[in-house]
Design a protein around this ligand. Structure first.
Ligand SMILES: Cc1ncc(C[n+]2csc(CCOP(=O)(O)OP(=O)(O)O)c2C)c(N)n1
Length: 341
């Protein structure tokens, strides 16, 4: 069933089906609820390391991944739980990885910063700002050379746009016509440094244009706008027309990581971010369309909570990696076995 949604501010789809709209909403809620559970587990000391979460930015991961073909590949960042969930990661294996358990995606060795979920095409997260762009360009080069078809999506923050990785990737991806979709999650900050104090010139889209890459800037808190832009860009990438870039403007709600007190930021800015919450916005749209009742919303929240409860219970009951396996997966298996080809 389709219905007109043209009266909704910011909605550029024109028509969006009820099914699609509910899928997008469910996807964002799943990310938010999973991440909130990770905060709880982290305060209980069950999740190691800093938590860099996506609160308020869920529309980007969900909107982009919804537009992908299942075989398309994703390369993330240090803030990548949302990307993995939106790409279809198994919540049990993800929760187990967050708790450092042997049943996790990387047998508990990766955590969120070095996560890989190969079955669903989430290639890798990584902790070096901007490095995901170079990795994604490498994967896209392989795709092009083998003619295997899928596109590669690289998510990165505004901070990464000031790194050499961005410029080298944009240059070569354009020159070699790589099947790469570059998604800048511009949340206005790199840790405590405001983007306007770090980025010269007219902005991210103009930088891509300097390398001959077409791009557009969208409201990253409007999941339908993000998804529509991603569909347009992927159409071009899949057709072999080379790389595209989308800048998704958003606002970081929490600190750089959980526990960051954000003394460097005016309170009003955070209040403004909360007001622009992409999930509240989508809920308002769905309710306005008559596509979501209070009872349906409650049922959806319960369903997701029980899925997350199940994932966390699985993780908590899973064994930790054995100490005797400490040195496994440090080097390639061939080297460990002494039989490197
Ligand atoms: C090359 C490099 N420099 C510095 C850091 C430390 N660092 C970690 S995250 C971060 C900020 C990244 O900002 P941005 O790319 O905008 O992403 P966001 O955290 O806003 O999602 C920095 C400077 C790093 N990990 N890698």
């Amino acid at each position: 069933m389709t219905a007109s949604a043209t009266n909704v501010p910011g909605n550029v789809l024109g028509d969006v089906s009820k099914e699609t709209a509910l899928q997008l909403y469910r996807g964002m809620l799943a990310v938010r609820m999973f991440e909130e559970r990770m905060i709880e587990l982290s305060t209980q000391g069950k999740v190691g390391g800093n938590l860099h979460l996506d609160t308020g930015q869920e529309a980007i991961a969900v909107g982009v991944c919804h537009a992908l073909a299942p075989s398309d590949l994703v390369v993330g960042t240090h803030r990548s739980l949302a990307h993995a969930i939106a790409k279809g990661a198994d919540l049990r294996k993800l929760a187990a990885e967050m708790l450092g358990k042997a049943t996790g995606y990387c047998k508990g060795r990766g955590g969120k910063m070095h996560l890989t979920c190969p079955e669903v095409g989430f290639v890798t997260a990584n902790g070096i700002v901007g490095a995901g762009l170079g990795i994604a360009a490498g994967v896209a080069l392989r795709q092009k050379m083998t003619g295997s078809g899928p596109a590669v999506v690289s998510f990165f923050g505004d901070g990464a746009v000031n790194h050499a990785y961005f410029h080298e990737t944009a240059n070569l991806a354009s020159l070699w016509n790589l099947p790469l979709l570059m998604i800048c999650e511009n949340n206005g900050y790199a840790v405590s440094v405001r983007a306007d104090r770090a980025m010269a010139g007219p902005g991210v889209v103009a930088r891509a244009a300097a390398y001959g890459i077409e791009g557009e800037s969208v409201d990253g808190n409007d999941v339908m706008q993000v998804s529509a832009a991603a569909k347009r860009a992927l159409g071009a990438v899949h057709a072999g027309n080379g790389p595209r870039l989308i800048e998704c403007r958003t606002i970081r709600v929490h600190g750089h990581h959980e526990g960051d007190q954000q003394h460097y930021r005016p309170r009003e800015e955070i209040e403004e971010a909360v007001k622009r919450d992409p999930i509240d916005r989508m809920r308002g749209f769905l309710v306005g369309q008559g596509w979501l009742t209070v009872q349906e919303e409650t049922a959806l929240q319960r369903e997701l909570a029980s899925e997350i409860d199940d994932a966390v219970a699985f993780a908590e009951q899973s064994p930790s990696p054995a100490v005797s396996e400490l040195h496994q997966h440090v080097y390639g298996e061939e080297r460990a076995g002494g039989s490197r080809p």
